[in-house]
Design a protein. Sequence first.
Length: 213
Amino acid sequence: MDECCSGKSSALERLPARQASTLRIVLALNATMFLAEFVAGLLAGSVALLADSLDMLGGALIYGFSLYVVGRSAQWKARAALVKALVMAGFGIAVLGQLVHKLIAPAAPVAEAMGLVAALALAANALCFALLWRHRADDINMRSVWVCSRNDIAANLGVVLAAGAVWTTGTAWPDIAVGALICALFLRSAYGVGREARVELNLLQTTSRSHAP
């Protein structure tokens, strides 16, 4: 029994190190793809690609927060998850601004460049998702990171489909529609992660008061 418990304790001690190693990889991937998508979005005139690049930037910031709190207390992790929710909401509002601009002056983006870069982003996020899969149930910090990665894949798929629709129709409306969907995904995810973080913080505060002398 002691040997079994010792093994479990050793595994738990190694967990933060494994989490940090995974987060460093996905942070680097997201930062790289943010730059690629942002530049390509500007050159191709794609609001969906720009929205997806902001998603990548938001992901990089979120992974950075998550890396900072690995191995810290549950309260730190819950607070970090709340900050992540605010970051996600902020980028959602930024995408809204891009959408308004595109609606005022709708111009079809370069579909080929849009599709190629979106496909590269999809491959990068699929790798991130695979790396984060085993950590999705570790704690609230890693779960919120996994949720972000799952949403990234959905956004990438949307941009790839939008590129095909833009190429087929020759109009900007598929690009605008997908940008709007990514914005809605941002805001919905921000609400979900923020709600979970608030529940966790309230529970921790209640537990702390009940143990207070």
